[in-house]
Design a protein around this ligand. Structure first.
Ligand code: MG
Length: 246
C-alpha cells in the first residue's frame, strides 16, 4: 500500500520508538539477566515515548517484546525462568504504535563471549538483511529482496527459515504482501515509492524446518541448531530505501 507523507511521518516516529527499545534492551543484555527483565526495560521505553505496544495482546501474547534464545527462532515469550548465560544468543523482536501506525524490528545479541560459529551466524544474518534492503528500490520486484537474502545465507552455508516471513506494515503490524527470505519462484509485485515493508531474515546454523513449543508461541529449529533474526521497517523513497527503525 502506498502511504501519504503524513502516514510516513507517523511510521518514522513509530520506528524511532522501536529503535530505542532495541538499543536499551541490547544494553541490558548480560549474563544473569532474565528475558522478563528485558521486557520490563522495553515497557519503560514505550511508556516514556507515550507509544502503544503492538505485541502485547496480539492473539493473546503476554509481553511487549519477543525474546528468542539460542535454538528459538522467533516468538519466544519473556519469562523470569529464562535467564541469559554467557555464550547464549538472544533475539529481541520489538514493536510500537504511534498515531495509529506500526513499527517492527529485531536484533540478535550475543551474551558475553559467544562462539565463533554463533558470532558468524549473527553477522551473516544482519548482512543478509542489508542485502535485502539494498534491493528496495522503486521499480524493482518484491522478491528480489528474498533472493538477495538467500544468496548471502547460502554463500555462508546457513539455513534460511521459510515458514516465517516479512510483511507489509502500516495501520496493522502484519499487512499483505508476504516478504519471503528466499526466491519463491516468481518476481512478485513491482515496488513503488512510499510503500513500507518489514524485512526479517531468520537464519540457522543447520536446517530449515521449524516446530512450535507447547507454550503455543516459541518457534524453534527442528534440529536444535541455533538461529538469528534481524528485522527493520523500511520505506521505499525516491532516493532508495529509508530505514525507519535504525
Ligand atoms: Mg515483523
Amino acid at each position: 500500500m502506498v502511504r501519504t507523507p503524513k502516514e510516513l511521518e507517523s511510521m518514522r516516529k513509530a520506528g524511532k520508538v522501536v529503535a530505542a527499545i532495541l538499543a536499551e534492551t541490547r544494553e541490558a543484555v548480560r549474563p544473569g539477566v532474565t528475558t522478563l527483565d528485558l521486557d520490563r526495560v522495553a515497557r519503560e521505553v514505550i511508556l516514556r515515548f507515550g507509544a502503544r505496544s503492538n505485541f502485547l495482546g496480539y492473539n493473546g501474547f503476554p509481553a511487549v517484546i519477543c525474546t528468542s534464545k539460542n535454538s528459538t527462532i522467533v516468538h519466544g515469550i519473556p519469562g523470569d525462568a529464562v535467564r541469559l548465560e554467557e555464550g547464549d544468543l538472544i533475539s529481541i523482536d520489538a514493536g510500537a504504535i504511534v498515531e495509529g501506525y506500526h513499527g517492527d524490528a529485531a536484533i540478535t545479541v550475543g551474551v558475553g563471549t559467544i562462539s565463533k560459529a554463533a558470532a558468524r551466524l549473527v553477522q551473516v544474518t544482519e548482512e543478509s538483511l542489508y542485502a535485502g534492503i539494498d534491493q528496495m528500490v522503486a521499480g524493482n520486484h518484491l522478491h528480489e529482496i528474498g533472493r538477495a537474502v538467500e544468496a548471502v545465507a547460502k554463500r555462508a552455508g546457513l539455513g534460511v527459515i521459510r515458514d516465517y516471513v516479512g510483511h507489509g506494515i502500516g495501520t496493522e503490524m502484519h499487512e499483505p504482501p508476504n516478504v519471503p527470505n528466499f526466491w519463491p519462484g516468481r518476481p512478485g509485485p513491482v515496488l513503488r515509492v512510499n510503500e513500507v515493508y518489514a524485512v526479517e531474515p531468520m537464519l540457522t546454523l543447520g536446517g530449515e524446518e521449524t516446530a512450535v513449543l507447547s507454550d503455543g508461541w516459541s518457534v524453534v529449529t527442528a534440529d536444535g541448531t541455533w538461529a538469528a533474526h534481524f528485522e527493520h521497517t523500511i520505506a521505499i523513497t525516491e532516493d532508495g530505501p529509508e530505514i525507519f527503525t535504525k
